[in-house]
Ligand binder design. Structure first.
Ligand code: PGA
Length: 252
């Protein structure tokens, strides 16, 4: 059975004090939820990872980073490596978020090297991809998603896929209040699973969790999560509020 995952991407939100407060609230809330085959992950900013991972040590909540650099160390001012994440007990990293691609120019090629560096350091990767509105309007969304996945992940051997989580995030639905319909999400997720099945054995495609992201809220989560190939969500805005995030976890 595929693992279900609800992951919160906090982006550039929450100070140290606010992080402590939200993690504390979340720990209480998550204790009350029965997490049947479901993982709960939060991704605070770099400076708050150590505190968050300490605070969640004895809870069901896991902590992920939002990004990392592909090199192990060196003269890369302002950057953070996979080893540094591991050293503060972070075992998962989000890579390829559309905001990284758009504002920081991250290409498929660069992302392939980040994926390699993460895996080499035994980090699990939540790999994000998704089309922009023009791609969907022109009917190119499947092609775009296919090339994003192929270019960054299809050089991997099948064994590496136990450390890969896919996150389909149509860019037009991120932070816009607009969501893909559950059928649009299902259609794309089924396409992605098929793509992975064609390249690898079906046990890889059947095991990989594919999350949906883009304006998931308590009001639409249940319907989206009810789809066969949707194994959970990557949540932005609604992950910053304990009630909303817990309601989304319950929805799964
Ligand atoms: P959103 O963000 O839920 O605020 O749309 C999702 C994401 O960027 O991961």
């Amino acid at each position: 059975m595929r693992t279900k995952i609800v992951a919160g991407n906090w982006k550039m939100n929450k100070t140290y004090q606010e992080t402590k407060a939200l993690v504390k609230e979340l720990k209480h809330a998550v204790k009350e939820i029965s997490l049947d085959n479901t993982r709960v992950i939060i991704a605070p900013t770099f400076v708050n990872l150590q505190k968050a991972s300490k605070m969640t040590k004895s809870s069901a909540i896991e902590v992920a980073a939002q990004n990392m650099h592909q090199e192990a160390n060196g003269a890369y001012t302002g950057e953070i490596s996979a080893q540094m994440l591991k050293s503060v007990y972070v075992d998962t990293v989000i890579l390829g978020h559309s905001e990284r691609r758009e504002y920081f120019g991250e290409s498929d090629e660069l992302l392939a090297s980040k994926v390699d560096a993460a895996l080499a350091n035994d980090l699990e990767v939540i790999f994000c991809f998704g089309e922009v509105l023009e791609d969907r309007k022109s009917g190119n969304h499947f092609k775009v998603v296919e090339s994003q996945i192929k270019n960054a992940l299809f050089h991997l051997e099948s064994g590496a896929w136990s450390k890969i989580i896919l996150a389909y995030e149509p860019v037009w639905a991120i932070g816009t209040g607009e969501t893909a319909t559950p059928d649009q999400a299902q259609e794309m997720h089924a396409f992605i699973r098929e793509l992975v099945a064609e390249r690898y054995l079906s046990d890889v495609s059947e095991e990989v969790s594919i999350l949906y992201g883009g304006s998931v809220k308590p009001g639409n989560a249940e319907e989206i999560f009810s789809k066969n190939d949707v194994d959970g969500g990557l949540i932005g805005g609604a992950a910053l509020n304990v009630d909303d995030f817990s309601a989304i976890i319950k929805a799964i």
